[in-house]
Design a protein around this ligand. Structure first.
Ligand code: ADE
Ligand code: ZN
Length: 335
């Protein structure tokens, strides 16, 4: 059994399982350049972030209607709920769909409809984070944000993803200023493949409340001290880091060191259909590889709730659920 927790770093488009990609292709009469599911799955041997992104964007061609976006979102929420997720703040890449000629309204309608019924249907509260593609220009991101705000779709905040190196956070200063002025939460991918200086920029220029990945902070002691002092959450994704060769294997993952140094780390799944597992799979595999203790696992679950953008009352309710579950799992407990 896994502890109740929040998922804070999850790309909805990264939840498209190979079988779903084939089913959507058939439904929408899209021709895939793969013979079958096994042929597609063989291509999941990534060498770096870009090699993954190439396949990730290509497979989005199968998403065409609001129903497709709703089905993708619902399938993720059902799977997340089964793995103990009680709250999910999920990324969506609208520009990747706009660039393929899919209307913004179609994308947002499908995703937001599925998110709106999630608490009732899956017991998972949700929030939507609009991610901007950092390898595209900042004006395009700003235009897209303005269009989304004009549509009135409920969104929790914004993020920054896609190819990191060569696209420093500071490029998007105006977008983040605009989002903050609208009362939106601000997060950004930084320090996945990019250097520690990108984490500094995300904090100082974008004024993010959380850093996505952030594992390369360990190369800069002064940065670690700051992240600890300001209690900035890092949404770490261990299986992603292995599959994208940020670390050689799980046993070499710095998660335990990060916990010991007092960093506010959480475990998340990033793109679970591509990287070998959902949040519970990430926690389980990392716990085994790094010999994490029950106290570590409880700290990770509690961190995920504290790092979320939930209000204090709901955080306290979920923390109480974690406490009850942890006690039930302890030796002599009821499970
Ligand atoms: N888009 C989807 N997954 C991503 C990741 N791990 N890093 C950057 N952009 C992404
Ligand atoms: Zn990510």
């Amino acid at each position: 059994m896994t502890l109740p927790c929040a998922e804070l770093h999850l790309h909805l488009e990264g939840t498209l399982e190979p079988e779903t990609i084939f089913a959507l292709a058939e439904r929408n009469r899209v021709t895939l350049p793969y013979a079958d599911v096994a042929d597609l799955a063989r291509r999941y041997d990534f060498t770096d972030l870009q090699s993954f992104l190439d396949l990730y964007y290509a497979n989005m061609a199968t998403l065409r209607t609001a129903e497709d976006f709703a089905d993708m979102t619902t399938a993720y929420l059902a799977r997340a709920a089964a793995g103990g997720v009680r709250h999910a703040e999920v990324f969506l890449d609208p520009q990747a769909h706009l660039d393929r000629g899919i209307a913004l309204e179609t994308v947002l309608e499908g995703v937001s409809t599925a998110l709106a019924s999630s608490e009732r249907e899956h017991g998972v509260s949700t929030g939507l984070l609009i991610a901007f593609l950092r390898d595209l220009d900042a004006e395009y991101a700003l235009r897209t944000l303005d269009r989304i705000l004009a549509l009135g779709t409920p969104i929790l905040g914004i993020g920054l993803d896609s190819a990191e190196v060569g696209h420093p956070p500071s490029k998007f200063a105006a977008v983040y200023d605009r989002a903050r002025a609208e009362g939106l939460h601000c997060v950004a991918h930084a320090g996945e493949e990019g250097p520690p200086s990108y984490i500094w920029e995300a904090l100082d220029v974008l004024r993010v409340e959380r850093v996505d990945h952030g594992v390369r902070c360990l190369e800069d002691d002064r940065l670690v001290d700051r992240l600890v002092a300001e209690r900035i959450p890092l949404t770490v994704c261990p299986l992603s880091n292995v599959r994208l060769r940020v670390v050689p294997d799980l046993a070499a993952h710095p998660l335990r060191e990060m916990l010991r140094r007092g960093l506010h780390v959480t475990v998340n799944s990033d793109d679970p259909a591509y990287f070998g597992g959902y949040l519970d799979d990430n926690v389980g595999a990392t716990a085994r590889a790094l010999d994490l203790t029950p106290a570590d696992l409880r700290e990770l679950a509690e961190n995920s709730i504290e790092a979320s953008f939930l209000d204090r009352t709901r955080k306290n309710d979920l923390l109480a659920e974690i406490e009850a579950a942890a006690e039930a799992m302890a030796p002599g407990g009821s499970r």
